[in-house]
Design a protein around this ligand. Structure first.
Ligand code: F6P
Length: 320
């Protein structure tokens, strides 16, 4: 019987992380476990920054963005000494399991710690949805809705001025946020690194559509392509249409989580504790076909996630 577990959030924060922490804490307490919240990810673990949690510690956090446990990226934890130090701290608090909420980098750490005898379960928490073993990551829906709302606002002003708006959205190396928010905001073009693009062709299309009465244009650029300013400059040069660039940036990571993020985070947090209760570690929780499942961490890290080319083509086909 596992008596004591910890929970931490690591890497970039994501809306819904708090909902996951809440589910871990409450379900572990229900099972009679003692739960520690580790502050600032692996940094806090190495520095022994832990706090015992009770039901009230997580009251009211389900609706809050960010993470109440704070988060960080720890360079020290990537070293053998760092992992050994973390193991020592876990043992000093009697932690027999740890839930790690974060992305691939955080899961590598969870695998290391599991290999050193502290069973860890990873929960996919990142706005990028770039974790291969799961079709959904906590924070993705909220971030996309935030980006979409901001693009709607940009569309209002670019419409008033007959302008083109080049908008860069987050996603680290992946174009998942870009393609979905591009469709949702009615973008003329979605530029991601997964698909070829040609600025001359885009400019030609814009001029053709302008001649047919179109007044404003939105072009979504994925962070992995970047250079939104440069793209905007080139578009303006090639079309003569006044063009502005906007990098949405970190605002996409904040805000109160959507229903989807709160519910998925809760399901995943609950599931993680069920795994640890059975003494199962070195796993990543994911969603496949809408069901919550789990994978060996190494297996999860070796998987790849295809870009939705079909969605990209649909967006292209119906754009005007
Ligand atoms: O992984 C989430 C994310 O927001 C990415 O989309 C982005 O590339 C990165 O984190 C930014 O990281 P930081 O907050 O360290 O600037």
């Amino acid at each position: 019987m596992i008596k004591t577990i910890g929970v931490l959030t690591s890497g970039g924060d994501a809306p819904g992380m708090n909902a996951a922490v809440r589910a871990v804490v409450r379900s572990a307490l229900k099972k009679g476990m003692t739960v520690y919240g580790v502050k600032r990810g692996y940094c806090g673990l190495i520095e022994d920054d832990l706090e015992q949690m009770d039901e009230l510690s997580v009251a009211g956090i389900i609706k809050q963005g960010g993470t109440m446990l704070y988060t960080a990226r720890s360079a020290e934890f990537r070293t053998e000494e760092g992992v050994l130090r973390a193991k020592e701290i876990c043992e000093s608090h009697g932690l027999e399991g740890l839930v790690v909420i974060g992305g691939d980098g955080s899961f590598r750490g969870a695998a290391d710690l599991s290999a050193h005898g502290i069973p860890c379960v990873g929960l996919p928490g990142t706005i990028d949805n770039d974790i291969a073993c799961t079709e959904y990551t906590i924070g993705y829906d909220t971030a996309m809705n935030t980006a979409m709302e901001l693009m709607d606002k940009l569309s209002d002003t670019s419409q008033s001025h007959y302008r083109c708006s080049v908008v860069e959205v987050m996603g680290r190396g992946a174009g998942f946020i870009a393609v979905n928010t591009g469709i949702a905001s009615g973008a003329l073009e979605i530029i991601t690194k997964e698909m070829p693009y040609d600025l001359d062709k885009i400019a030609k299309k814009m001029l053709e559509y302008k001649a047919r009465g179109k007044q404003n244009f939105i072009i979504v650029v994925a962070e992995s392509v970047g250079h939104a300013d440069e793209i905007a400059k080139l578009i303006q040069e090639k079309t003569g249409i006044e063009t502005r660039s906007t990098i949405l940036g970190h605002v996409q990571r904040g805000g109160s989580p959507t229903v989807r993020d709160r519910v998925v985070a809760t399901e995943m947090g609950y599931y993680a504790v069920e795994l640890l209760e059975q003494g199962i570690g070195n796993r990543v929780v994911g969603m496949q076909g809408g069901k919550i499942v789990d994978f060996d961490i190494q297996e999860a890290l070796s998987m790849s996630k295809p870009y939705d080319e079909r969605l990209h083509h649909i967006a292209e086909d119906i754009a005007f």
